[in-house]
Design a protein around this ligand. Structure first.
Ligand code: AMP
Length: 441
């Protein structure tokens, strides 16, 4: 199967060839023909499957060339990062076409966005809040939208956007093509799909959660207070004898935790930056760009920031803390092993996270094997920075000079990962006793 078999026009085939794609991915094979035919679509596909090209390519073809001022395609995304990424895909795939794409999201100045809309727009990619704000003030005209895409609909609902989605839908013409993409299905998504879609074609590419099969997963038992030391050890030594990690995306549960960990990693000589919802858009863009350029080794992210991150050849994902929602684990580890590549995911599991891991395993219907926790040193270094100083540090350039290594006093080289107690760890895994305390002399 080639892209030319899907009925795409030469300009798009050229763009796909420019990108170096040989074969359409399964979602592209299944979605492109019905979208070209004008059908509504209900697509079960997560990031990493090539879903973006699955709707962008046929919609670019349907639009033809630039016309009018108001957008004819509206793509709603849950996060700014995903919006920016979809916009980049539109730019890439539309490089040989004469179409105007604009992106709208909060957290940045609105004037350039308003000016962009005034100048004319064929494809609008937006997060719901800013879009509604501009639409309600008469600055975004949605009356010409003929194709409406809800991307990562499950995430939108998780983030509480259902009312905003409904408000946006009320601003659209009733006659239009609707495409809904979601990685997971639940009753809420089905209700939304029933309201939004008209006789949709169903496509389902990844048997649900199959990311889990492509990613090599391992869990380490480690006390909460020792996680950062183990993480530093992993960055510097890798797993087993594989050598230092080149890069990893590290997930924390809270924004504050992301800031603190990034700071601690930097203190240990690992170039790190945090990315989360409290960061200014420019700080997030910069952190991501620095990470993609290899200027930073560790990108510490919260859940929301992780959505839509498309980082090619990301070898390693770390769950520094397990997510409360099992599906989030699948999304997180889906940041690695993208587009068929191999990936690794490491979870650092404290005793009080045992039940979260069990839920994750139940959801994926496969175990996350425990490996013996490697021996790691306890580094005594950072002192808690006052909140304000920490804030300033958040906003500084990601590639700011590192602390000299000498400042990190290694307090102890005692082997760690040895069970100090006899608590059983959820009765699963290697069967070793838990309690896994790193030794401190
Ligand atoms: P997506 O699921 O849309 O976020 O895409 C995931 C990644 O796959 C992106 O980096 C795309 O550039 C890449 N990709 C999309 N389609 C193809 C294809 N047909 N062949 C190879 N890579 C692709």
């Amino acid at each position: 199967m080639h892209f030319s078999d899907l009925g795409l026009e030469p300009e798009l085939l050229r763009a796909v060839a420019d990108k170096g794609y040989d074969t359409p991915t399964p979602i592209q094979q299944q979605a492109i023909p019905p979208v070209l035919a004008g059908r509504d679509l209900l697509a079960g596909a997560q990031t990493g499957t090539g879903k973006t090209a699955g709707f962008v390519l046929p919609l670019l073809q349907k639009l033809g060339s630039a016309s009018g001022r108001a957008p004819r395609v509206l793509v709603l995304t849950p996060t700014r990062e995903l919006a920016a990424q979809v916009a980049q895909s539109v730019k890439d795939y539309g490089t040989h076409k004469n179409l105007r794409a604009r992106v709208i999201f909060g957290g940045v100045g609105e004037q350039p966005q308003i000016d962009g809309l005034r100048a004319g727009c064929d494809i609008l990619i937006a997060t719901p809040g800013r879009l509604l704000d501009l639409a309600n003030r008469g600055l975004a005209d949605l009356s010409q939208v003929a194709h409406f895409v809800l991307d990562e609909a499950d995430r939108m609902l998780d983030m509480g956007f259902i009312h905003d989605i409904r408000r946006v839908m009320r601003l659209l013409p009733s006659k239009r093509q609707n495409l809904l993409f979601s990685a997971t299905y639940n009753d809420e998504i089905r209700t939304l799909a029933a309201k939004l879609l008209n006789d949709p074609v169903h496509v389902e590419v990844t048997p649900r959660n199959s990311t889990a099969e492509r990613v090599e997963q391992v869990a380490y038992r480690v006390d909460k207070d020792h996680k950062r030391h183990l993480l530093v050890h992993l960055f510097k030594n890798g797993i087993g004898d594989e050598g230092p990690w080149t890069q990893a995306l590290v997930f924390t549960r809270t924004k504050h935790g992301a800031n603190r960990l990034a700071q601690q990693l930097e203190g240990a000589g690992i170039r790190a930056a945090a990315i989360h919802g409290n960061k200014s858009q420019s700080a997030r863009v910069k952190a991501l760009a620095d990470f993609k350029a290899g200027k930073i080794t560790a990108l510490v992210a919260t859940e929301v920031a992780s959505r839509g991150l498309d980082i090619k050849e990301l070898p390693q994902v770390v769950n520094y803390e397990l997510p409360n929602v099992p599906e989030d684990y699948v999304h997180r580890i889906g940041r690695t092993a993208r587009a068929g590549a191999e990936g690794h995911a490491v979870s650092l599991v404290a005793p009080d996270e045992a039940s979260l891991l069990r839920d994750i395993e139940r959801t994926m219907r496969r175990p996350v094997p425990f490996a013996e926790t490697p021996h790691f040193a306890i580094l005594r270094q950072e002192t808690a920075a006052p909140a304000q100083a920490q804030q300033r540090r958040d906003d500084r350039p990601a590639q700011a000079p590192r602390k000299p290594q000498a400042q990190q006093r290694q307090s102890n080289q005692k082997p760690a990962g040895r069970p100090a107690g006899t608590r059983s760890f959820g009765g699963r895994g290697s069967g070793r006793p838990g309690g896994f305390r790193a030794g401190r002399a």
